[in-house]
Design a protein around this ligand. Structure first.
Ligand code: NAP
Length: 489
């Protein structure tokens, strides 16, 4: 196929309409999707609203009977085709993702492979939805447990992983026999629509996977959280919005899972392999310009090794290249908006005013209005605002600590509990710290923790439920207890 103006091999992947019940829906008004690297309009997408959201729920409800009645093998076959198409179009999907979200192209292609991996993994895991038989308290009875799909699943997803945050939810839902409606973030609808195009090509039936794009987040959110035909609501985004959506779900007592914000500690003990810790911190902090929920937010370094770590870390961060994600060799792309840059810059300036030392960066970059330099702050104390807010940008505050008990207490002193990381080679310490950290995910001598076979999710105000792994399927299944009586002669 001929490449289009963006260099897409398959321009049909760039869609402009919501995908509802297997067809593409236009609306009167449009949303301009812009490239955060330069502000250019990439596409105008039809702006759906409440009526289209209701239509999508209705379509998902109608398709549920057919989809849930298919065997797990049949569903897996269709999902495997969807996975194959995503991998076959990885380059185009990655390009669309970089254009609308900004992350470097290599990272964007990595996200496509990562998202697709959930579809492949859950397609297989859907074949292993086992029930139980339970010994009954009397001889004339039998107790059997079966698992069934929850029903229609509705979701709202953020802009920072426009493919993977949808894939993680849709894969588990479809594998379990549920049908699915997603409202992607207004800034990044194109990746979601490209997924819909490939779902259609894979033969996933109409109504099973629906994408409604619209800028009325509140109105559409109310439909998705309050519609009586939606049985489960799943959200990835900020804790503040998650709290509102949980309360809206209460009106119809929906099953809910929430992947919310984080404030990840990254702890370097004095027995750590410092070079490995530096590499782990780079991976966990600067991916996606620091805009991930599992990004390192606070770096704690034991005081005996803080000079060595800071020197090596500063050298590694200095080597990162900032620029348009489509430029070869770029490691740090733009932030999503200029407001996001303003927020990060304010946190940095407030920290310096409160006594922190600027070791690197600390300002907007000449690459453009949405670019912020990779930044390191030292002499940070645990009570500064930067240690208590989700930074969501390429800034590393370094905090000194004396001992294990003190650092565990500081690491846990937050309402968040998504990911934590620590580096140590002492086996006793590894167990003590791993068990002492109040987080859903702990990276031990490892900065990259997420994959389809592992349970991803948080505790405290970072949310509830898990995505990925055998545990991830449970969120989309209901348990039904069958009691068979009258078995005596
Ligand atoms: P956000 O402001 O909460 O937005 C997320 C989604 O919610 C977007 O689609 C947004 O729509 C929608 N939304 C906003 N207000 C709404 C409302 N009142 N009713 C219904 N929907 C509403 O979060 P964000 O800034 O996009 O994303 C960053 C946050 O997500 C961070 O806190 C990050 O940690 C978290 N996150 C968590 C995970 C995880 O797995 N735990 C993964 C990725 C990100 P619009 O686009 O139209 O505003």
């Amino acid at each position: 196929m001929k490449a289009d103006k963006f260099g897409l091999h398959d321009p049909q992947l760039m869609k402009n309409f919501s995908y509802i019940n297997g067809s593409w829906h236009s609306s009167e008004s449009q949303i301009a999707v812009t490239n955060p690297a330069n502000g250019e309009v990439i596409a105008e997408v039809s702006n759906a609203s409440i009526a289209e959201t209701q239509l999508a729920v209705k379509a998902a409800k109608y398709a549920l009977t057919m989809w849930s009645a298919k065997s797990a093998n049949e569903r897996a076959g269709l999902m495997k085709k969807w996975f194959d198409l995503m991998i076959a179009h990885q380059d185009d999907l990655g390009l669309i993702l970089t254009l609308e979200q900004g992350k470097p192209l290599a990272e964007a292609k990595g996200e496509i492979a990562y998202g697709a991996a959930y579809i492949e993994w859950f397609a297989e895991e859907g074949k292993r939805v086992y029930g139980d038989t339970i010994p009954a308290p009397s001889g004339d009875k039998r107790i059997i447990v079966i698992k069934q799909p929850v029903g229609v699943v509705a979701s709202i997803t953020p802009w920072n992983f426009p493919n993977a945050m949808i894939a993680r939810k849709a894969a588990a839902a479809l594998a379990a026999g549920c049908t699915f409606v997603v409202r992607p973030a207004t800034q990044t609808p194109l990746s979601a629509l490209a997924m819909a195009e490939l779902a259609e090509r894979a033969g996933i039936p109409a109504g099973v996977f629906n994408v409604v794009v619209g800028d009325d987040a509140r109105g559409m959110g109310k439909v998705l959280t309050q519609h009586p035909d939606v049985s489960k609501f799943t959200f990835t985004g900020s804790t503040a919005v998650g709290q509102t959506l949980i309360s809206q779900c209460a009106t119809t007592v929906k099953k809910v899972s929430m992947e919310l914000g984080g404030n990840a500690p990254f702890i370097v003990f004095d027995d750590a392999d410092i070079d490995a810790a530096v590499q782990g911190a780079i991976v966990s902090k600067y991916r996606n310009a620091g805009q991930t929920c599992v990004c390192t937010n606070r770096i704690f370094v034991q005081k005996d090794v803080i000079d060595e770590f800071t020197e090596k870390f500063t050298a590694a961060v200095s080597a990162l290249t900032i620029g348009d994600g489509l430029t070869e060799g770029v490691n740090i792309g733009p932030m999503i908006t200029t407001e996001a840059v303003d927020n990060v810059d304010k946190l940095v300036k407030d920290s310096i005013a409160a006594g922190a030392t600027l070791a690197l960066g600390g300002q907007r970059d000449a690459a453009g209005d949405t670019f912020y330099q990779p930044t390191i702050l030292t002499n940070v104390s645990h009570d500064m605002p930067i240690a208590n807010n989700e930074i969501f940008g390429p800034v590393s505050p370094i905090i000194s600590f004396d001992n294990e008990e003190q650092v565990i207490a500081m690491a846990n002193d937050t309402e968040y509990g998504l990911a934590a990381y620590f580096y140590s080679r002492d086996i006793g310490r590894v167990w003590r710290v791993a068990e002492g950290l109040e987080y859903g995910i702990v990276g031990i001598n490892e900065g990259a923790v997420s994959n389809a076979s592992a349970p991803f999710g948080g505790v405290k105000q970072s949310g509830s439920g898990r995505e990925g792994s055998k545990y991830g399927l449970d969120d989309y299944l209901e348990i039904k207890y069958l009691c068979m009586g009258g078995l005596t002669k």
